[in-house]
Each structure stands twice: as C-alpha cells, then as structure tokens.
Design a protein around this ligand. Sequence first.
Ligand SMILES: NC(=O)c1ccc[n+]([C@@H]2O[C@H](COP(=O)([O-])OP(=O)(O)OC[C@H]3O[C@@H](n4cnc5c(N)ncnc54)[C@H](O)[C@@H]3O)[C@@H](O)[C@H]2O)c1
Length: 264
Amino acid sequence: MSDRFDLSGRVAVVTGAGSGLGAGTAVRLAAAGAHVACVDVSGANADDTAKRIADAGGAAGAYAVDVRHKPDVDALLDEVAATHGRVDVVANFAGIIRTGPVVDITVSDLDAVFDVNLKGTLFACQAAARHMVPRGSGSIINVASAAVDFAARNNGVYSMSKVAVAQLSRTLASELGGAGIRVNVLAPGFVATAMTNRHFTAPDGSPDEQRRDAVLAGHRKSTPLGSICEPEDVADAALYLASDAARFVTGQILRINGGVAMPL
Ligand SMILES: NC(=O)c1ccc[n+]([C@@H]2O[C@H](COP(=O)([O-])OP(=O)(O)OC[C@H]3O[C@@H](n4cnc5c(N)ncnc54)[C@H](O)[C@@H]3O)[C@@H](O)[C@H]2O)c1
C-alpha cells in the first residue's frame, strides 16, 4: 500500500518558517519528502530553517519575503513554481499578535495585525491558487488559533484576525474545491514560541521561570489532555492536511488544542 503521507516529489511553501510553528512544519514536510521553500520576513531565520532541513538530508530553499507586500508574494510563488515546476502545498504560518482591550485597540495595532495575519494569508492564497488551479491540485493550509473559539479578554484584535482567516479559508475551499484544491485551517492551542514568550518574562523583559511555570501549569489545568501543545503536534497535523491522506478534507478547522474547546 502506498504511503499517503509521503510528500516525495512535492513542493511546499511555508511562510513564517523562520521560527516556532512554521519552522517545525517546514522541517516536518521536508522529512516527509517535500522540497520546502522556507519563507520569512527574517531572511536569516529562514536560512537557519533551510539549513536545519539540509543538515537532516532534506531539500529546502530560503526566501526573505514580507507577506504584507502582495507583489513580493506573487513573485515568490512565481519563482518557486519556475524553479521546481510546481507548487503543491502553501502553509501560511506568518503571524503576529498585539494584545489589549478592544476599546483601546489603536489603528496602528489593527493595521499591523490584519496586514500580516489576514492580508498576508490572503495574498499567499491568491498566489497559490494561480499556480495550483492550472495543475488541478494543491493544498492550502492557513493558521488560525484556539483564540477563534473564545472571547478572551485582551486578545480581541488577534482573535478577530484569526476568525477572518478561518472565514477566508472556508470561502476559498468552496470556490476552489472544483479545481481540486483543498483549503483547511489549523487552530493550535497555546505553544511556547517567540510569539508567546511575553508570558514567560518579567515586566523588564528578563526571563521569569516562576511565571513560566505558573502559565504552563494554568494551561495544563484548563486542558482536558493535561499537557501543552508542542510545535511537532502542529507539524504533524499540517503534514496530514498537506498529504493525500486528507484528499477528501477541505474547508475544515483542525483544532490541535488538547480538547480545550470542542465545538460541534
Ligand atoms: N504560539 C502559539 O501559541 C500559537 C497558537 C495558535 C496559533 N498560532 C499561530 O501560529 C503561527 C506561528 O506562530 P508562532 O507561535 O510560531 O510565532 P513565531 O513568532 O515564533 O513565528 C512567526 C514567524 O512569522 C514571521 N513573520 C512575521 N511577520 C511576517 C511577515 N510580514 N512576513 C513574513 N513572515 C513574517 C516571523 O518573523 C516569525 O518567524 C501564527 O500565525 C500564530 O498566530 C500560534
């Protein structure tokens, strides 16, 4: 029986691949056989992930691209397709967060978060579709958050952007399904990455182990599985959605959250 998780011969583009969940997913997709274009606004970090993949015997390239700039995103997908002849998977992990009460959201925070999380994701989806539609296949994986299932205080602008990403993805899944393209969403729970590092530091920015332990203990306690999500958990879910194992799955939100939210 063929391995439906095997990505040999496939080409994947992962944005936000320089850190955290995007880096973990880039490494996982490469280990499954894909050539991975590691994309990040930090070229140095994208390079690091591509090197990690190469050191492990995989195939990767690094691209310094800011997903907020549509022409650059279009050029990225054109370059990857021209170099490798195809684009099979686009996984949009590039994201940022701003926190604070909704009544205090500034125009600058609103623009910053929506420019990366929503517009950047949309631009990459549009560029992906241009290359996937003519080939009649492809998997787009967008990244929301467990935040879509809660109205948590101080997380308004971020969660609004992630709900928008989910709706973008469902709409695209409807529009592109007939062209053989699947569009799904990952909704991870809390993971310790650069994005969440603010929970582990003292007000002066120095590491605060006590606070870290308390925050992690709080997440464990509120999560039915009683543990913390790791980048590998998200990467394995991304591999599933990228692969033929998910050939009949589209328009879905895959929650990697330990059961912290269980919507019907
Ligand atoms: N860490 C969590 O708890 C968690 C939970 C749910 C969802 N997420 C989502 O997962 C994704 C990855 O988050 P993470 O925790 O790995 O964060 P991270 O900060 O470790 O990584 C995000 C990466 O995106 C890159 N990036 C930011 N702006 C960019 C831009 N304009 N263009 C290109 N790259 C850009 C950053 O340089 C960074 O490498 C995000 O979309 C985030 O919202 C994270």
